[in-house]
Design a protein around this ligand. Structure first.
Ligand SMILES: C[S@@+](CC[C@H](N)C(=O)[O-])C[C@H]1O[C@@H](n2cnc3c(N)ncnc32)[C@H](O)[C@@H]1O
Length: 273
């Protein structure tokens, strides 16, 4: 079948656009340009909550743009691996894709926002797999949360042959501990209510003392500090833990680096802005 038949000329285009981790200045030029041209902006949000992605792009959108909120019908209170959760979330993505297909078929260009990068743990991917075969689609990468957070903290994360492992904090403690022990560097995402478990896993893997906690990284209200200096178990949705590979190796090879390593955490206890 010809490309023209697959993607009718009169249809709009779908753009999956990464908004970066929070600071609007970390949006790409391409994202800003597409936002200024889009007929429709779609964004995921929890019902009753403001959209963080929409807030990030506020300065770049057209005043007359059509906003399409994609409101999750289920929350983290539901058991993510249960059948009821799977059915509800699949039906939701089907419905949202159908709604956007209506706009695309009517010739409107749609920008679907995604915090960070759209294809890195981003809900946008569920729209992409449902729509990319029917409409001209482009993904605009964004700066990931982890990249924003390690840059903010000024924390060298990997070098040379270091292995970096990205872990969702939703894994069970045993698996977290094993994977943390088997890697040089790690990022633990999705902290929230998982913080006590993540702490225990880091301690079991002998990595607690070098871990850095970052919440709302690059947003104006953001902050970061060594995890072993955080005294409570409260962590918002927008938080992650950085475990650097580089600093530990540096100390092992360069005696003068031991002093730097010891000083580093004190310098990190600072807010984002
Ligand atoms: C569903 S994932 C989305 C990841 C995103 N697509 C990316 O490219 O980074 C959501 C998780 O990313 C992390 N996250 C996103 N933005 C963050 C920020 N500004 N500061 C700290 N963590 C953040 C948190 O761990 C959060 O639970």
């Amino acid at each position: 079948m010809a490309e023209r038949d697959l993607h009718p000329q009169c249809s709009g285009r779908l753009y999956g656009v990464g908004t970066g981790p929070g600071d609007p200045d970390l949006l790409t030029l391409k994202a800003a340009r597409l936002l200024g041209q889009a007929d429709v902006i779609a964004y995921f949000a929890k019902a009753g909550n403001a959209s963080n992605a929409l807030r990030i792009v506020q300065a770049y959108r057209r005043d007359d743009v059509i906003e399409v909120p994609l409101l999750y019908p289920v929350t983290t209170e539901s058991h993510r691996h249960g059948d009821a959760y799977r059915q509800a979330i699949t039906a939701f993505y089907d419905q949202m894709a159908a709604e956007l297909a209506g706009h695309l078929s009517a010739g409107r260009d749609v920008v679907a926002l995604s915090e960070g990068d759209p294809l890195f743990y981003g809900s946008y991917m569920h729209l992409h797999v449902r729509l990319a075969s029917r409409f001209v689609t482009e993904v605009v990468p964004g700066i990931t949360a982890m990249s924003g957070c390690w840059s903010l903290a000024g924390l060298p994360i990997v070098q040379g042959d270091d292995v970096l492992t990205v872990l969702p904090g939703t894994l069970d403690e045993e698996e977290l501990a094993q994977r943390l022990a088997a890697t040089e560097a790690a990022i633990v995402m999705k902290i929230g209510r998982n913080l006590p478990k993540v702490r225990r896993a880091l301690a079991r893997a002998g990595r607690l003392d070098c871990a850095v906690y970052v919440e709302r990284g690059t947003m104006t209200e953001g902050r970061h500090l060594p995890l072993n200096r955080k005294t409570d178990d409260d962590a918002p949705y927008f938080s992650l833990v950085l475990v650097p590979g580089w600093a530990g190796r540096l100390a092992a090879t360069d005696p003068s680096a031991e002093a730097d390593k010891a000083n580093a955490p004190a310098d990190l206890e600072t807010s984002t802005s």
